[in-house]
Design a protein around this ligand. Sequence first.
Ligand code: NOJ
Length: 555
Amino acid sequence: MITDLWYKNAIVYCVAVESFMDSDGDGVGDFRGLTRRLDYLHGLGVTAIWLMPFQTSPGRDDGYDVSDYYNVDERFGTLGDFVEFTHGCKQRGMRVLIDLVVNHTSDEHPWFKSARSDPKSPYRDWYVWSKKKPKNADKGMVFPGVQTTTWTYDEAAKAYYFHRFYDFQPDLNTASPLVQAELLKIMGFWIQLGVSGFRMDAVPFVIAEKGPDVGLEPPSDFSMLRSFREFLQWRKGDSIILGEANIVPKEAMKYFGDDGDRLQMMFNFHVNQRLFYALASGDSGPLAKGLNETKTAYPTAQWGLFLRNHDELDLGRLEPEQRQKVFDEFGPEKAMQLYDRGIRRRLAPMLKADRRRLELAYSLMFTLPGTPVMRYGDEIAMGDDLKLPERYCARTPMQWSNRKNGGFSTAEKTYLPAISGGAFGFETVNVADQRRDPQSVFNWMERIIRMRQEVPEIGWGEYRVLPVKDPAILALRYEWRGNVVVFLHNFDVEPKEVAFRAEGTDDEPATLSNLLDENHSDPGPDGRHHVVLEGYGYRWFRLGGLDDILKRSEA
Ligand code: NOJ
């Protein structure tokens, strides 16, 4: 297997242009501001930037309601600024992934305006209609409690239209060959402007059969995924699709394809939920099981590993008592919860800014099987603003310094207020201060990212969960090209001793070299390693003494 699949060991950083840096003082982040911060991201060790939607949009779902796929929203700049940005990334060896939101458009998209106003419109069939109210109209909402239906009557069209999400996001009729051709054209356009692929929004809904008579579990057309991939690879061989699909592992495997011929990457929601359960309960059992359940069959397939993203932490697929445990620990108040299934907070407040637990969580994100996907502000442990509605609480401006608006903008009023005051305000949590402090989260993060880049075994290797007695400990071993790495994590507040074998069946027990400090481990007389982990402690080990490791890397 050739090893130049860039995404297998990338460090992905998710950013909303709106939130990162405002260059012209209008209170909204823009491409010119973001471009000026590329050296910062490069220095942190980021190798790929995932941009949240930035195309023209009324902004009723933070850009996930696009009204022109071929343009940059004027609040963020111009297409020219976009190309300067992708060029700046290229100069620094960084890739760009962008959100591709094609399950639905905005209701202000000219296609929908035309479709609703005239039954003979060429765009009528681009959406999903019903003369009568379908019997499942009040089922299948993605945002329960906020969204009340999936079919809304449109006066102009004299018909109901289907919308899996909010009513201002009419679903595209993705089964239509014309719509499919347009989707490819959209991809081709952005590929031409310098992106290396797409984070495809809402994939299960894109490929699901849609229509008034369709049941609650519609069949999926997987051939669409293959045709997206073929098109992209023809246009630009190293471009990829990272799918957003919160589904069970068996289903997820179909998205990768049996021969690895569909999506290259998928977010691992299954592991994400079990990881939070482990953090909340101290029991890593379900997480270990989840890791075994999500082993991919094909080496080009890769998981995107994340902790928190711009949406709520969706706990919908945990057992009820597991879910309750996570709510109790991390989101006990109603204001912290969302859509009857999740928690809308950022990670640092969930973990009460406990440095040991933050390091534990991020160490896991960087060592579990997959490509780590961080979110802007993670590197300084930014907080949230629960006064803001729904998911906006975790979308506040980046905190650069202790100056006005956290150094994000010189405007009097910003798109959302920067978090000010309290433990997470920009006066306390900001990049400038943390860069000067050798002990800061920022400096820890930079170092851990650097080390992650020196462990390609995580992206490429075969992994297995090592058997250890205590469920508070997760011991994970990777092997690739004769190299072995072992990661230990203690989910308990108490120190734990863990005993395990690390070598392959035919090998002699050998030293484990610690990758982060001097704390190495030699096997005991029983051939096993005995490591004492402090409460919430973690270890990154490479099998072999320093000399062996150097010899191997020369080979
Ligand atoms: C998933 C996105 O992550 C979310 O933010 C958005 O609201 C929906 N898809 C609809 O596009």
